[in-house]
Write a protein that binds this ligand. Structure first.
Ligand code: GLA
Length: 395
């Protein structure tokens, strides 16, 4: 997947990236770009059903120092990965034989841009990342988006952020071979500081929803369970196929088109219990996104908590993408005074989010850590997430 994240804390990376580029490639970079990871507040497994999502950008970024080349070579180096510089030839990039490991993400972006007809003659790139990998926080999207943005600027491609996100999704789907939706790349490319992004994944129309929890005396904790269950990728594909089968059986283009009103009656038309559960999750989750948007716009942030918890129950019982570690975060956090919590991202491990009063944050964190110790799980990593800036040029 993406990069290891131990090299720097958020914010520190800007200082070192250009210097390290110089050490690796012998001259300074033409520019430095950053793209963040994300958490998703609500709207899980809705993006490949043409539905709604509401992510925000993390302060954790992948930073890329980049220069153009004219000889058709792509050289990739990362501070987060041992093993030196990966060297590829643009003419040889092929979705039938993708680059190995982390290099597949930036290579896939170069592949997709050239496939779309853009003239790119090569690049030297040095990456540094603070986005935790394997934590469901979109380290892969950050790596793709920072590469795409740098190419867009350096080669004057004139592509808007949402267009870059679409291309990055295609790189991930077709070149890397992971059947993901559009949420992560759009969040990384389009989020703005202080806002959550209300995104319609059908037409990519977006609204920036002010989301200043600190001003409300609230905090959103991210709990990285540090587990990633190995079957996650196959299970993701199965859920996606199941949703498509449910939509076909209900004779709609996508589950987003099934109305929330009268859902139980509509679902009686499905004779497969698994399809009923998948469809019920997606339709109720789209409804929860609407609820959270309305609550945020009304300034009723505390009332978002129970909606998050209801979303978790739906992901656990209907969509079945949770795991014991994520369920334990939710029960331990809610039992110790959190306003609400849920898994975030694809599931089967990764991270959960917890909405808490500022004053309760330490107590809830301690309770989650203690519950993990009692269960014999690996200690989780907990941090507060502030809605941060999307992808941008730093220098
Ligand atoms: C992963 C995918 C996204 C989305 C989420 C689940 O993060 O990359 O496209 O489907 O899972 O909401």
């Amino acid at each position: 997947m993406g990069l290891r994240a131990e090299s720097a804390e958020p914010g520190e990376e800007r200082v070192t990236t250009a210097d390290t580029f110089r050490e690796v490639y012998g001259t300074g970079p033409e520019g430095v770009w950053a793209a963040p990871g994300r958490v998703n507040l609500i709207g899980e497994h809705t993006d490949y059903n043409d539905g709604f999502v509401m992510p925000f950008a993390l302060p954790h970024t992948t930073v890329a120092a980049v220069s153009r080349r004219t000889d058709g070579r792509l050289r990739l180096h990362s501070a987060n990965v041992d093993g030196g510089t990966v060297e590829l030839f643009l003419d040889e990039l092929s979705a039938d034989d993708p680059a190995e490991g982390w290099a597949a993400y930036p290579a896939g972006v170069l592949w997709v841009l050239r496939e779309a007809g853009h003239v790119i003659t090569g690049a030297d790139i040095h990456f540094e990342s603070t986005v935790p990998t394997g934590a469901g926080l979109s380290s892969s999207a950050a790596l793709e988006v920072v590469t795409a943005l740098a190419m867009n600027d350096l080669y004057g491609l004139g592509l808007e952020p949402w267009r870059l996100a679409r291309l990055c999704q295609r790189a991930e789907n077709v070149y890397v071979g992971a059947p993901t939706g559009i949420m992560d790349q759009t969040a990384s490319a389009c989020c703005t500081a202080g806002h959550a992004l209300h995104l319609d994944t059908r037409d990519l129309s977006q609204r920036q929803i002010p989301f200043d929890l600190a001003a409300q005396g609230l905090r959103l904790l991210v709990v990285d369970t540090r587990v990633k269950h190995s079957h996650s990728e196959g299970e993701y594909g199965k859920r996606r196929a199941g949703c498509e089968a449910a939509a076909a059986a209900l004779e709609v283009d996508a589950l987003r088109d099934v109305p929330y009103e009268g859902l139980d009656t509509t679902l009686e038309r499905l004779d497969d219990e698994e399809l009923v559960r998948l469809a019920r999750h997606v339709v109720t989750e789209d409804h929860r996104v609407e609820q959270v948007v309305r609550l945020a716009e009304d300034g009723d942030f505390r009332a978002i908590g129970p909606v998050l918890t209801a979303g978790h129950a739906s992901l656990r019982d209907d969509f079945r993408v949770s795991c014991p570690e994520l369920d334990l975060v939710v029960s331990a956090a809610n039992d110790s005074g959190a306003l609400g919590s849920r898994m975030t991202g694809g599931g089967f491990g990764g991270s959960a989010i917890v909405l808490v009063e500022d004053a309760a944050a330490d107590k809830v964190t301690d309770a989650v850590i203690a519950a993990f110790a009692t269960a014999g799980f690996v200690p989780p990593r907990v941090f507060s997430a502030v809605p941060s800036e999307g992808a941008r040029r730093l220098a």
